[in-house]
Design a protein around this ligand. Structure first.
Ligand SMILES: [Zn+2]
Length: 138
């Protein structure tokens, strides 16, 4: 467990800054990572799918996000979710990969459906977003 700053401890019961998850194989002693690391995990997985390289997180991507990604990436490696390879990381947590792939597929379907039915239409309830595919409109 990587420790940073004040109030960040491995004891997740006492510290809401940590998240315990184990996907479909949840059991005692599950992986515990900080919220920041989990956030990076989810965003990076989605970005890797968007980029057409599912599960591959490059140093270039991490460098473009925020300052503390190196520590979060190290934490994800320590937790066994990522592994260092060449100029980046490979994501090993298959349940998150599966969910992210499913979300990505659904978003692609919505986008395709939007295009088939005449393109974006502003949502009357949420101006600035498409009512059909939820994309932010220019
Ligand atoms: Zn649309």
């Amino acid at each position: 467990m990587v420790q940073r700053g004040s109030g960040r401890r491995g004891d997740d019961a006492a510290c809401p800054g940590f998240v315990r998850f184990g996907g479909i194989s949840a059991s005692p002693g599950d992986t515990v990572v900080s919220r920041e690391a989990l956030q990076l995990h989810v965003y990076a997985v989605l970005a890797s799918i968007e980029a057409g390289r599912p599960g591959r997180v490059t140093d270039e991507y991490l460098g473009a996000v925020t300052a503390a990604t190196e520590v979060d990436a190290l934490e994800l490696c320590t937790a066994g979710l990522w592994t260092r390879r060449a100029d980046g990381y490979d994501v090993l947590e298959s349940e998150v990969m599966r969910m992210a792939s499913e979300v990505h597929r659904q978003l692609e379907d919505l986008t395709a459906q939007c295009h088939r039915t005449g393109g974006h239409e502003p949502d009357p309830q949420y101006p600035g977003f498409c009512s059909k595919c939820a994309v932010r409109l220019p």
